[in-house]
Design a protein around this ligand. Structure first.
Ligand SMILES: [Zn+2]
Length: 344
């Protein structure tokens, strides 16, 4: 009798276990949905479409979009890239770019960058009052800071973290707060565990800091700060406004150092997967990388990952060390100032 009872119980166990598993799965999926953090999710209302940047756009920096990640229909290179403009407007002041920036092509025929030394100022504000440079270290080491915006991405972020670690280096991620959930959150933790720097980009990426209300700006920054602290337990000290634009008054009052860039390979534009596009990204960086530079990329795209894989051994061979932005700036890092790379 007892034996039969025992047998019956065993018979029911698989059913009960299966039901429990299904219940757990349903709860997990519901939670993930409620949190809005599926790894496939990307911020909506991208400031720029996946088409080539328009010269007439009102956005000053159409260099930093979040668009259809890994989309096979992302035909953003169907137009002839050599005739594309870089979308720079005349509200940007750049010490390394000529006044012909607006006509700059995306091939590497011109200046090092068109955006990295931007100030985000509007035409009625003084240019570069808060742009700072740090002293060049005297140890003879060549340093370069790779930065990755718009993630985290559960796959690309992790791959990039591993690649830099493989070369004894570090990089910096400027993350989008509302993506920090599920596997994407794990990617942030993983990157931090490898010593990489996690910094603020925006919470939704929708609101550019030179255009939105004070309350919206505060919300974008604070929520992202909190997402970082909640995930890695370390408070960020750097901020990069989506698109790069940020009012001087906000920069000055910011408790973060505001980080721009001075090498921009436009990986978002060359995201459609092809060897030619990867080469375009690689070649731009190899051509312009110098000691003290900050490179802008996006940890969303396969091409970006592939480019990093090619670049790291080549740059290492040239003597570069890969550092975080905070390491690059060292003691000169100052809240309420802009920094876009390069030394005094
Ligand atoms: Zn961005």
């Amino acid at each position: 009798m007892a034996r039969r009872k025992h047998s019956k119980r065993n018979k029911n166990l698989p059913f009960l276990a299966g039901a429990a598993l299904i219940l757990v799965a349903v709860i997990a999926v519901s939670l993930a949905f409620l949190l809005g953090g599926s790894e496939e999710e990307i911020p909506t209302d991208s400031p720029v479409t996946s088409t080539a940047p328009s010269q007439t756009t009102s956005e000053v920096f159409p260099t930093d979009p979040v668009t259809d990640v890994f989309s096979s229909t992302g035909s953003n290179v169907t137009s002839d890239p050599t005739t594309d403009t870089e979308g720079m407007t005349d509200t940007v002041t750049s010490s390394k770019s000529s006044s012909t920036d607006k006509n700059q092509t995306t091939t590497d025929t011109g200046t090092k960058t068109d955006t990295g030394t931007n100030t985000g100022t509007t035409s009625d504000e003084p240019s570069n009052p808060l742009l700072t440079k740090v002293p060049k270290p005297t140890d003879g080491v060549k340093r370069i800071a790779f930065t990755f915006d718009d993630g985290p991405h559960y796959d690309v972020t992790v791959s990039i973290a591993d690649m830099f670690a493989q070369y004894g280096g570090k990089c910096t991620y400027f993350i989008v707060g509302n993506r920090v959930a599920g596997r994407n959150a794990e990617a942030v933790s993983y990157a931090a565990s490898k010593g990489h720097e996690i910094a603020i980009h925006g919470y939704t990426h929708d609101y550019y800091y030179d255009k939105c209300s004070d309350s919206r700006y505060e919300q974008e920054v604070t929520l992202t700060h909190q997402a970082i602290v909640n995930t890695i337990g370390v408070a960020p000290t750097l901020l990069r406004p989506p698109g790069g634009g940020m009012k001087n008054s906000r920069v000055k009052a910011s408790p973060y150092a505001v980080i721009l860039w001075n090498v921009d390979p436009k990986d978002w534009y060359y995201k459609k997967e092809s060897k030619a596009n990867v080469n375009q990204i690689v070649n731009h960086i190899l051509k312009y990388a110098e000691d003290g530079d900050i490179v802008l990329m996006h940890d969303l795209y396969e091409n970006t990952r592939d480019a990093v894989e090619i670049l790291l051994p080549k740059l290492k061979e040239q003597g570069f060390e890969f550092v975080t932005v905070s390491e690059l700036m060292g003691d000169a890092k100052t809240a309420g100032q802009r920094y876009s790379g390069g030394y005094n």
